[in-house]
Design a protein around this ligand. Structure first.
Ligand code: GDP
Ligand code: ZN
Length: 342
């Protein structure tokens, strides 16, 4: 039997098998093959609102509605293809661990903040395992300099600190996703936030006895508070798939100082009249922060290059790009030359 198309949300994805919730009913769904072969890469992901038709209890996904936000990652291996792993997320919660070792570092926070900003969602930072660190407030201050203006929550699952604060964000249909290195407590946190029995068992199945993830499926869980959490293997391995603009968000103090550099295209690497260099010397920008900035910029430029190589530019586009690059180089020379002669 065929019925009129409806709008639903993808709440589970396992390879090409989907579960879509329409109103409050969840049904298996398949892709409409032709559509997705044509539309490059627009595979639905968890969180997507989709248009579905119903054919004998199976839903067919006809169309993916425009995404409000999306979390992407670089595909593993050397492909420079972007893969969208979750969409329509309101909060990207960057979770780090205060238990020492590799679970917190400024560099790590910067990278994850780039992913968060790049998604279009609001970032939140959770510094978990506060019970293992008596300097938690100090680390928080440090984190504030890296994520200025972002809410930072200190939490401990062991001592039940901060959990309620995290929950306050995840109410009224708000969708959250936890990103961060493994071992910081994302699964434990997810399990605690999920109070409904059926979902709890589903969530615990995500890890086996040794704490390894056992499923390649992505899920969207509903919380008692009315919010949602998305859990996906892709998110667990999320890599910086970031655009340059996001560098400015993460290093907002450096980019606002850079407005005062003499040259608009200043790279802050020794050019005359560089405001960034000046503030670096005065100690307003720390050397670590400056190094991180340069490092991340290099990394992003590399990603960009690989992306455009993979995108298979036509000869003509290549030509255009090349002449633009030459023009830029010449302008640089000109401005620098003018300076020398003045
Ligand atoms: P994930 O890889 O980020 O999902 O991390 P898990 O949720 O698997 O947590 C890794 C380990 O850290 C588990 O043994 C948890 O019990 C433990 N853990 C999680 N949160 C806390 C916390 O706040 N304090 C302490 N002491 N241990 C925690
Ligand atoms: Zn400069």
């Amino acid at each position: 039997m065929y019925t009129k198309n409806k709008i639903g949300r993808v709440i589970e994805k396992h390879y090409n098998n989907y579960k879509v919730q329409v109103d409050s009913i969840v049904k298996n769904a398949k892709l409409k093959g032709k559509l997705f072969k044509e539309a490059n890469n627009i595979f639905p992901c968890v969180g997507d609102w989709v248009e579905v038709s119903e054919h004998d209890e199976i839903l067919v996904i006809e169309n993916v509605l425009k995404r409000k936000t999306q979390i992407s990652r670089k595909l593993p291996g050397n492909a420079t293809k972007e893969q969208v792993i979750a969409s329509n997320v309101d909060y990207v919660v960057v979770v780090l661990g205060l238990d020492g070792g590799r679970n917190y570092s400024d560099r790590l926070l910067e990278r994850l903040m780039t992913v968060a900003w790049n998604s279009g969602a609001t970032p939140l930072v959770v510094l978990n395992k506060a019970d293992l660190n008596n300097q938690a407030e100090f680390v928080k201050l440090q984190a504030e300099t890296i994520a200025p203006g972002v809410d930072i929550i200190i939490s401990s699952i062991k001592d039940n600190i901060g959990i309620d604060t995290i929950l306050e964000y995840l109410t009224k249909e708000k969708v959250g996703v936890f990103i961060g290195p493994s071992g910081v407590g994302k699964s434990t946190l997810t399990n605690i936030l999920l109070k409904k029995e059926v979902q709890r068992t589903r969530a615990t199945k995500l890890k086996d006895k040794r704490g390894r993830h056992t499923t390649s499926a992505s899920y969207m869980f509903e919380l008692e508070s009315g919010g949602f959490i998305i859990d996906s293997p892709g998110i667990r391995e999320v890599q910086a798939w970031a655009e340059k603009e996001n560098l400015d968000d993460v290093f907002s103090e450096i980019s606002s100082i850079a407005n005062n550099c003499r040259y608009r295209d200043c790279k802050h690497e020794g050019e005359p009249g560089c405001a960034v260099q000046m503030e670096l010397e005065r100690g307003y920008i720390t050397p670590q922060r400056y190094d991180s900035f340069l490092h991340l910029r290099k990394e992003l430029a590399y990603l960009e290059r690989r992306k455009s190589e993979k995108n298979g530019f036509t000869e003509k586009q290549h030509g255009k790009k090349f002449s633009k690059m030459v023009k830029q180089e010449m302008n640089k020379k000109k401005t620098y030359h003018n300076y020398i002669n003045n």
